[in-house]
Design a protein around this ligand. Structure first.
Ligand SMILES: Cc1ncc(COP(=O)(O)OP(=O)(O)O)c(N)n1
Ligand SMILES: Cc1ncsc1CCOP(=O)(O)O
Ligand SMILES: [Mg+2]
Length: 533
């Protein structure tokens, strides 16, 4: 029998506990090491990477849980079906199990394709020798394409040896039917009876998945813990990209258990995870067959659409940097998107949405609309202060100041591809911005301005000092307009790449006309200044 499953404190709680007693810090870091949530997936490899070991790895990664793997079979598989299966000799499965279980503090074992009786036996033996906190059994028998992955010969040993050790077993209708000797399962009531009968075989919990139930608009699963039934419903998502959902569900349950969740909560999270991934992946095209994979990490579409988006930051884009202001747009009766469009038409080379008084839902809507305009014109769009909005609309980056989210944290949230600008008034701040992984510096206020309250000015001297102290490209900001832009750009440092303006564009009647004039002045002055140096 496996150890009784226990729930651990979350990592944050561990830190909080340690703060009360510094003497326990060494012991605590040791416990954190030991309690790193770790799922071992014992399953088959899917060369198409939609299901099997590959799905388990991706799911656990998406859920923030370490996943090790013991491969029971190597399948040649794609979106059409299974073209070949090469079973790993049971001795070598045993060797893999020993390698991982003897060394790596596995929390939960999750099983998928177990193609032979011998492999189930070595797994049982290993689990007895190296007990873990929980065992999740996904009784994989037939692939989504209908190909047999484990024949009826393994049913007896599953029923007699593996299921009694399991904390949960997750059959679909076909697998539940096979476990029960081939009875037909066509209704929710059939699923309840099946869950009960399978529970009688020994697992602590059963989840009978009703995805294949005919004529149901929802996807209904039945969870049974030996006492109570729970009907779990989720939307039935119309998609061909459902290959690997069973593996993903089971490995997500395992991942949540490894993090310390109770069983029913783990199942609920896993259903939600799979539903989200299915919905996100419904219009992805990978392969020519009918069984497309899920995008477990919900990130692939960003790359599909990358043709229309910026590849990497170009410092020359700082030439005329238009920064929006909701008060000014309200005053002139313009939407943010209309203001952005006019600025771009006049020659703005980069846009920042600086919406200090716009409510979050409206800001996000506006950001999506503006992004469409920007993408259409190949102009990068950044968000001021709000990393959450930038993430939600997939903007090209953010601009943060000294009292905003630190740039290194923004970088870790946004990843290496996004543009990050940091406001700097001093060489020290400029140095830190570079250390933190910023792409450019916004330096100012150069002149006094009514747009930003209580903002000290650094003048042209302060701007020059920041430029000379850094290798990063710099854009000047603060009180800059047609009357003084030439003096700013003439300052000369090579890395001074342009000017950022708010009121000189957005507090004017015709944004495009002002942008045109500013663009001409900045680009001509930059040319003559760089020719002179
Ligand atoms: C290009 C550019 N430079 C500086 C700023 C100012 O940012 P911050 O100091 O965070 O002040 P707020 O704009 O948030 O008020 C900027 N927005 N853009
Ligand atoms: C956001 C900001 N940061 C420093 S000054 C400033 C405001 C710039 O606005 P304007 O271009 O209207 O002077
Ligand atoms: Mg800010």
């Amino acid at each position: 029998m496996l150890n009784q499953f226990v729930s651990f404190p979350e990592p944050g709680q561990m830190q909080a506990l340690a703060m009360y007693d510094t003497n326990v810090s060494a012991a605590t870091s040791e416990s954190i090491k030991e309690r790193m949530p770790h799922v071992l997936s014992v399953a088959g490899s899917d060369s198409g990477a939609g299901a099997g070991i590959q799905a388990d790895l991706k799911t656990c990664a998406a859920r923030g849980v370490y996943c090790s793997t013991v491969i029971t079979a190597v399948t040649a598989q794609n979106t059409v079906g299974v073209q070949g299966v090469n079973i790993v000799p049971e001795k070598f499965v045993s060797e893999q199990l020993k390698s991982v279980l003897s060394d790596m503090n596995v929390t939960v074992v999750k099983t998928g394709m177990l193609p032979t009786v011998g492999i189930v036996k070595v797994l049982n033996d290993s689990l007895k020798q190296f007990p873990v906190q929980a065992l999740v059994v996904d009784p994989v028998m037939v692939s989504t394409s209908g190909d047999v992955l484990a024949g009826p010969s393994i049913l007896d040993i599953l029923r007699e040896q593996l299921l009694p050790m399991a904390d949960i077993v997750t059959p679909n209708l076909k697998e539940a039917s096979a476990l029960l000797g081939g009875i037909k399962l066509q209704t929710i009531s059939d699923m309840r009876s099946a869950a009960k009968s399978i529970h009688d075989m020994g697992p602590r919990n059963v989840l009978v998945k009703g995805g294949d139930l005919p004529a149901s608009s929802d996807a209904v699963d039945i969870f049974f813990d030996g006492v109570e039934f729970c009907e779990l419903r989720s939307l039935r998502i119309q998609t061909q990209n459902s290959h690997g959902t069973g593996c993903s569900l089971a490995s997500c349950i395992a991942a949540e258990l490894a993090k310390g969740s109770q069983m029913l909560q783990a199942v609920r999270v896993a259903k939600h995870y799979v539903e989200t991934a299915l919905d996100y992946s419904k219009d992805i095209h990978i392969g020519n067959g009918l069984q497309g994979p899920l995008d477990h990490l919900c990130k692939l579409k960003r790359n599909v659409h990358s043709s229309s988006r910026l590849q990497r930051f170009n410092p020359d884009d700082l030439l005329l940097y238009a920064v929006t202001d909701s008060k000014m747009n309200n005053k002139w009766g313009r939407s943010i998107a209309a203001a952005v469009k006019a600025a771009i038409e006049g020659g703005a080379t980069i846009i920042q949405l600086r919406e200090k008084d716009t409510e979050t839902n409206n800001f996000l809507e506006a950001a999506k609309n503006c992004l469409e305009v920007c993408r259409l014109h190949g102009v990068p769009m950044l968000i001021n202060d709000r990393i959450d909005i930038a993430l939600a609309c997939d903007a090209d980056g953010v601009h943060v100041g000294q009292s905003d989210m630190p740039a290194h944290v923004a970088r870790s949230l946004l990843g290496p591809q996004k543009i990050i600008g940091v406001s700097c008034k001093t060489p020290e701040q400029a140095h830190q911005a570079w250390v933190d992984g910023a792409d450019y510096i916004g330096s100012g206020g150069v002149y006094s301005t009514n747009t930003k309250a209580n903002n000290s000015t650094i003048g042209l001297d302060g701007l020059k000092t920041v430029c000379l102290a850094s290798k990063l490209p710099v854009v000047a900001i603060g009180g800059i307009g047609l009357s003084n832009v030439r003096s700013v750009v003439e300052l000369g440092p090579e890395n001074l790449k342009g000017v950022a303006v708010v009121s000189a564009l957005f507090d004017r009647e015709c944004i495009a006309t002002e942008a045109r004039k500013l663009h001409t002045l900045v680009s001509e002055t930059l040319k003559t200044t760089s020719a002179a140096s």
